[in-house]
Design a protein around this ligand. Structure first.
Ligand SMILES: [Zn+2]
Length: 197
């Protein structure tokens, strides 16, 4: 079944603010097969799965929320919310246009995205260390998991505490992901213990 195309009529104000003329993965307007990129197909599939109550991973769940937030932001002309929803989808160029106040942040994310996955800054203390029995966290840490449409995959947003360098890497250096998963496991363990008490 094909749903009718939804008319998108932007006001002059919205056009000036840089609202994209053609929304992406609009659930009311399934685009033609040819015009769908892998990322769009993936987003549409996720929305469909979520609508059927499928069990999603936390990352997939966040992406579904971002897609829904995008839709309501467009309906409510909320360009701040639209920018947040687009950033969560890895659509930094569009987010920048939707809310110019987030241009610097988006610019940094674009640089991070286009950086080589294995690229790391020259700061010391990038590895997890144990000094006199105390665990010392590495300067690099995972800020969040983030979808990257260009790669149709989820990436680790890695930040260095020392110099602030960002890298949005699908396959980052092993030490970073290892430290991240150990940390997540420790948090989950603490939560489980807290519930028991
Ligand atoms: Zn650094």
């Amino acid at each position: 079944m094909t749903l009718p195309a939804k008319e998108i009529n932007l006001t002059d104000e919205q056009k000036q603010k840089g609202f994209p003329e053609k929304p992406f993965a609009d659930p009311f307007r399934p685009p033609d097969e040819e015009e769908l990129t892998a990322a769009q197909k993936y987003s549409a599939r996720l929305l469909e799965l979520a609508a059927h109550g499928a069990r999603l991973t936390p990352e997939e769940h966040d992406l579904v929320l971002a897609l829904r937030h995008e839709e309501s932001a467009r309906l409510n002309n909320d360009h701040k919310m639209l920018a947040s929803a687009l950033i969560a989808q890895g659509r930094f160029e569009e987010a920048m246009a939707a809310d110019p106040e987030r241009a610097v942040e988006c610019d940094q994310l674009i640089v991070a995205r286009d950086r080589d996955d294995q690229d790391r800054c020259d700061c010391p203390d990038k590895e997890h260390q144990e000094i006199h029995g105390t665990h010392v966290a590495p300067s690099e840490y995972v800020v969040r998991r983030q979808y990257v449409p260009q790669r149709n995959n989820f990436a680790y947003l890695i930040r260095c505490n020392e110099c602030g360098q960002l890298n949005l890497a699908v396959t980052p250096h092993h030490a970073i992901t290892q430290y991240h998963s150990d940390r997540m496991r420790a948090i989950a363990f603490e939560k489980a213990n807290f519930k028991k008490k």
